[in-house]
Design a protein around this ligand. Sequence first.
Ligand code: SF4
Length: 667
Amino acid sequence: MTAEILTSACPLDCPDACSLEVRVEDGRVVKVDGSHLNPVTDGYICAKVRRTPEHLYGPERLLHPCRRVGPRGSGEYQAISWDEALDLAAEKLREARERWGGESILPFCYGGSNGLLTQDANDGRLFRRLGASRLARTVCAAATGRAAIGLYGKMAGVALPDFRHSRLIVLWGVNPSASGIHLVPHIQEAQKAGARLVVIDPRRTPLAKKADLHLAPRPGGDLAIALAAIRWFFEEGQADLAFLAEHATGWEELRRRALPWTVERAAEASAVPAGEIEAFIRLYAASSPAVIRTGWGMERNRNGGSAVAAALALPAVAGKFGVRGGGYTMSNSGVWNLDTAAAMGEPEPATRTINMNRLGETLLERADPPVQVLFVYNCNPLATMPNQEKVRRGLAREDLFTVVFDQVWTDSARVADLVLPATHFLEHSDVVRGYGSYALYRTRPVVAPAGEARSNLEVFAELLHRLGLARPGDLETADELTAALVRPSERVRTELERDGMAVPDCGAMPVQFVDAFPLTADHKIHLVPEALDREAPLGIYGFQADPVTERYPLALISPATGRTISSTLGQLVRDQIPVEIHPDDAAPRGISAGDVVRVWNDLGEVRVAARLNADLRPGVVFLPKGLWSHNTLSGTTANAVAPDTFTDLGQGACFNDARVEVERVPS
Ligand code: SF4
């Protein structure tokens, strides 16, 4: 037997970007563990990625190109050669373009592999040259991205290890025990040293149980709490006016907009007792360094963009920057000086943009032109997009040709016309960038691809050639594309080659307003950015009421769990997943633990068992994000009842605006 330990890095859609050690025996991955190369992730990884060998070699792994031969959804596929598969894909793309125009082609991808070569490289070049519809990738981080960039222009956030210097940590709409786990030990260390912890989340999460204060708003109520805090600082004479005068624009307007938001009004809008909101504000005012870690849970409702903006405005208003462990952490993906345009090698065409959150509507109702070829990669839309029943009906269209290029038989692959086997990140080269930890890696394959799997780079380059769209000088290989990506920074290139990992120009432990400053045009914080103000339906910081109705009184939330990364690895979660409901909501509905229930609204329904959970706030029910059809009795998931409405900023998804009723299904 041959055995070796090789290095890699995790590109999955998680902030931490762990450095990895991979044990390979006889050409197969047998164990994946953390390495110490990245000091933030420091030798340990999550349980999800420890299951990589099962993912690589399990029965769901796609090993050969397949063509559908039975009715859609019947699961009848026939293995074909790559030559046949690529010819078929090229023929369908060519046909659609000639008959309907390039916009009848819709590439559909998001986050299934966050590697920088696996998305927006050869794939982007192909679809741009085809004149395909452009995809607005808004299912996650659209509202947070708009808010953070609008206010700070992607300023680097507080590094995770610096949380140990904080005297107050606020976790707002984020559950690091399930995702982004490497923050947890730094929080624990800070608490041991006397730091206080506040958690704002509709659930009593594991860290909320250890917090000094837990605020449990109804989804969408976070904005009211943040505005009440902003008002309090100004009205109590506690706002750092000197800092605002020097570093911010729009603070007078922000103050005006926050003025109506008394603590009492915020209590009514968020359903959090006024005493708790005031206790949070006073604790924040009294603590320094104080850090706010905003998560993606806060954005998943109609007020999401403004809520994130208001939470990110707080450290500016309260004067919390300029010290180690003080400020905020959101996404750090924008701090890297990388030339992604060069890697793509083709300017963006002015073709129509399709918002991915409206996939169902697009497939069923758009006629200008209709989508004729849907090319899905790094994504499982049937599991992850809102208004799931509409997506299902759209994918069932007989005249639609769907390609799914993935590593395993996902729900979406099972209704595709052509299924292509993709390599896993341990089987191809990539460039991996963290958006929590400050780490960039160049990774190389540690094993040969399983079966006939091919990388995104290979397949999209081949399609460019078959369609006659390749041009002399195109960058195609991983080495060429990596060189183009890192060309703006000689230092990053050297560190990658020498150490296998690089840090950004601001360093791995930037202090906000010491090492990292707003990357807006004037390097100031824009507290009421004009563009965002125009975009939000009620202007930025405008509060939209809860969409609750008498018929659908319960708010369904669908946060991440520790078992999948979005829907990635969902094939390994083989059990049925219950909906969690507070005992006070279960009792009047005659629901007991283990009963089969129907969670429903006008969009659809999910049938699952019920689990009683007193850690939820009453009025809120919980069914995890990332489930697949095999996880429920109905084959539908939380997204079947999630609306395809948009967040106030960024046209993001409003999963947590699902308002539902739950009833017992008679046995
Ligand atoms: S998913 Fe996150 S925690 Fe798990 S191995 Fe990847 S980067 Fe690390």
